[in-house]
Design a protein. Structure first.
Length: 161
C-alpha cells in the first residue's frame, strides 16, 4: 500500500496516544475504530475522515481542530472560524462533498471581506459598514437610506403626500 501524506498526522496521533498511556488496542476501542485501521493511520497508510479524527480526538481528550490541522483539513489560523470549520467537518448529517462545499463558500466570503477592507482593518467595523449587512438591504445588498424599503411610503399607505 502506498504511503499518503499523512505521516506527520500518524506520528502525532501515536505521540498523543503514548502521552495518554494508551495501548493501540485501548485507543482503538475508545475511539470506536478497529485496531488494524488505527495502526494504519499511525503508520501513514490511511487517511482518516474528519469524523474518525473527531472520534480519536475525543478518546485522547484533545482538540479535534488540532488533528484537523495536522491532517491538512484545516489551515492553521489565528482562530479565524476554527470552531465553525470544526463543527462543519464533524457534522454527521452532511456528507464529505457537502462539507467541502460549505467550507469553500465560507473561505470565499472571508477572502471577499478581506479584499474589501484596508489591511489591518477590524472585521467587525467592516461588517458594520457593509451595505449587505445593513438591516434594510440584507436581501438585496442595497440599503434604503430613507427607510422606505419595499415601497412603504406614505403614498402607498393610503395617506396623502
Amino acid at each position: 500500500m502506498a504511503s499518503l501524506n499523512v505521516g506527520p498526522l500518524g506520528e502525532y496521533i501515536r505521540e498523543q496516544r503514548r502521552n495518554a498511556q494508551y495501548s493501540l488496542r485501548q485507543l482503538a476501542e475508545a475511539a470506536g475504530v478497529s485496531n488494524p485501521y488505527l495502526s494504519q493511520i499511525e503508520r501513514g497508510l490511511r487517511k482518516p475522515s474528519a469524523e474518525i479524527l473527531q472520534q480519536i480526538a475525543k478518546a485522547l481528550r484533545i482538540s479535534a481542530e488540532t488533528l484537523y490541522v495536522q491532517a491538512g483539513i484545516l489551515e492553521e489560523r489565528r482562530g479565524e472560524g476554527l470552531e465553525l470549520r470544526a463543527s462543519i467537518l464533524a457534522d454527521p448529517l452532511i456528507n464529505e462533498r457537502q462539507k467541502q462545499a460549505l467550507l469553500a463558500v465560507y473561505d470565499a466570503f472571508l477572502k471577499e471581506n478581506a479584499a474589501g477592507r484596508p489591511s489591518g482593518g477590524d472585521p467587525a467595523k467592516a461588517a458594520a459598514t457593509d451595505p449587505v449587512t445593513e438591516a434594510d438591504g440584507a436581501a438585496t445588498g442595497t440599503a434604503d437610506p430613507a427607510g422606505d424599503a419595499g415601497g412603504n411610503t406614505d403614498e402607498h399607505r393610503g395617506k396623502a403626500p
